[in-house]
Design a protein. Structure first.
Length: 198
């Protein structure tokens, strides 16, 4: 019972952090990053400024948003998968795109801000470290991945591939999630062939 309540609180906290992130992005689209204040973000999200600071120390961190994390069920299926690694990873990424219901406009806004303020990109890269750690842990449980440094290196590669897939999909109005993931799988397959000298 305690664990269930704890999980519910964690989901609510995650949702509030995500709401603040989206409010920040909406305001940046309307006014530009320099004009947006923490007071504006709190008002847009319908919370007090004090509550805002319980989640983010400043507007820059609100723009980056909560550290990304994968759905535990989908990640568990990936770690227990016995199919080809690229195919299993493709299913995981497709599940993430569908589950997160990411708006393409969000991806474009983030890229616009990064282009104008390159220093913000470091914060986004840092936020991906949790995602890489999740992937490394999942990969280490698979029978087809050697443990240790190999799993860590592979997690870095797959995190980068996932990020490129989201961005490519976000900037192409006609691209479906399935097409984006298919393109990613093709790129990963090409990398494997190149490493094998084929």
């Amino acid at each position: 019972m305690t664990q269930s309540r704890s999980s519910l609180r964690e989901r609510r906290r995650w949702q509030t952090a995500r709401d603040l992130h989206h409010a920040t992005l909406d305001l940046v689209r309307q006014h530009g990053f320099a004009a947006v204040t923490t007071e504006m973000i709190a008002a847009e999200a319908g919370i007090s400024l004090r509550t805002f600071f319980n989640y983010y120390p400043n507007k820059e961190s609100a723009l980056v948003g909560p550290p990304p994390r994968m759905d535990e069920t989908a990640l568990g299926e990936f770690s227990a998968g016995t199919g080809p690694l690229i195919a299993d990873f493709s299913r995981l990424v497709l599940a993430e795109i569908r589950a997160k219901a990411v708006n393409k406009a969000v991806i474009r806004t983030i890229d616009t801000v990064i282009a104008a303020m390159p220093e913000i990109e470091l914060a986004f890269i840092k936020s991906l470290s949790q995602l890489t750690a999740q992937l490394a842990q999942a990969l280490a449980q698979r029978a087809d991945v050697p443990p240790g440094p190999a799993a860590d290196l592979l997690a870095e590669v797959l995190t980068h591939a996932l990020g490129r897939t989201f961005r490519g999909w976000g900037h192409d109005d006609g691209m479906t999630p399935e097409q984006a993931v298919q393109a990613m799988a093709g790129d990963l397959t090409a990398i494997v062939r190149a490493l094998n000298g084929r």
